[in-house]
Design a protein around this ligand. Structure first.
Ligand SMILES: [Zn+2]
Ligand SMILES: [Zn+2]
Length: 344
């Protein structure tokens, strides 16, 4: 039995759409018929084949990892899932044995494998999901929203490090995760939320999703603007999602003394950061955030989606069939869209 799949075969820009055998599941796996899969920054790296991809990935690879679908078959040790269940995927596969895994920190497992990076992913009709990474979708959550619970979860996890109620929050980056984080901060009762980006399309999307103040870093000096807004005090909470080395120092300049900064965006290589002025003298609290806490973040994310107080649907701005992958990745590379989803 064969399936259609998007494969990264060669170490050059692009990918190929091919037939592949439907994978065989192991004892602890689910075979999932993929229904929706979203494009993530990592997928763009893989598609472009930049340094980030070349240093991590063995070819050929079936990529894509943010997805949801229907369970078709379960391995013999699987107890919590059955054929017909609707699932989303936690994309970080924990080993289950290391120090972190045995102390409730599976999401930073010592021997973590990532779907669609270290093993075959989900830009395909079928994929294998280890039971340990399967999240049962609530009946009211559609497949496309299910596919975005993974990046939504990063926004939820980032904000969970802080207590945004009654606070001034600034979020650098208005890509999908940035917008999700802004929505979570608003829902959590922030006094106001500032979103920063250089794409007018993304700023407009963030405004439509309810972010209070939008700053285009190409047009204004963000540090000056925040200074004016806060009468020189600075904001209580900074979230860095751009991964842009030049943004980090400005981002921390907007932070008030004694404030909190959450670092989520991935910088390429070491960064130069004025730690004395931005962290030590400010007594700033700095948090690193990666992935989602299993399963605490997922429960919170689901509660927010089910609360009816947050409509994340418009964050998905483009939908494609898998065969139109080239067009989809062209759009994704523009860094001016919301989430792009393949309907499979
Ligand atoms: Zn991702
Ligand atoms: Zn582990």
């Amino acid at each position: 039995m064969e399936m259609k799949a998007l494969i990264k075969e060669k170490p050059v820009q692009g990918a190929t759409f091919q037939n592949r055998p439907i994978p065989q599941i192991g004892e602890n796996d689910l075979l999932v018929r993929v229904r929706a899969a979203a494009i993530c920054g990592t997928d763009i790296h893989i598609y472009q084949w930049n340094e980030y991809a070349a240093s991590r990935i063995k070819l050929p690879l079936l990529f894509g990892h943010e997805y949801s679908g229907e369970v078709m078959e379960v391995g013999k040790n699987v107890t919590n899932f059955k054929r017909g269940d609707r699932v989303a995927a936690e994309t970080h596969v924990p080993c289950g044995r290391c120090f972190q895994c045995t102390t409730g920190l599976q999401h930073i497992c010592q021997d973590m494998k990532i779907l669609g990076v270290h093993r075959d992913g989900a830009f395909s009709e079928y994929t294998i999901l280890p039971e340990v990474c399967a999240w049962k979708l609530d009946a009211s959550i559609t497949y496309d929203i299910g596919a975005t619970m993974e990046p939504f979860g990063i926004g939820v996890h980032a904000m969970s490090k802080t207590k945004p109620a009654g606070k001034k929050v600034i979020i650098f980056g208005c890509g999908p995760i940035g917008i999700y984080a802004q929505m979570v901060a608003k829902l959590s009762g922030a006094e106001y939320v500032i979103g920063v980006d250089v794409s007018q399309e993304r700023l407009d999307l963030a405004r439509n999703m309810g972010t209070d103040i939008l700053l285009n870093a190409k047009e204004v000096n963000v540090v000056d603007e925040v200074n004016k807004m806060t009468k020189g005090l600075g904001v209580d909470i900074v979230v860095e999602l751009t991964g842009n080395k030049n943004v980090l120092n400005d981002a921390t300049k907007t932070l008030r003394r004694g404030g909190e900064i959450v670092l989520v965006g991935l910088f390429s290589g070491p960064v130069e950061w004025d730690v004395v002025n931005n962290v030590i003298y400010k007594e700033a609290k700095v948090y690193g955030v990666t992935g989602r806490i299993m399963w605490e973040t997922w429960w919170s994310a689901q509660s927010m989606l089910l609360s009816g107080k947050m409509d994340v649907r418009p964050v998905i701005t483009h939908r494609f069939g898998l065969k139109d992958y080239d067009q989809a990745f062209q759009m994704a590379q523009s860094a001016s869209t919301g989430k792009i989803v393949f309907e499979i």
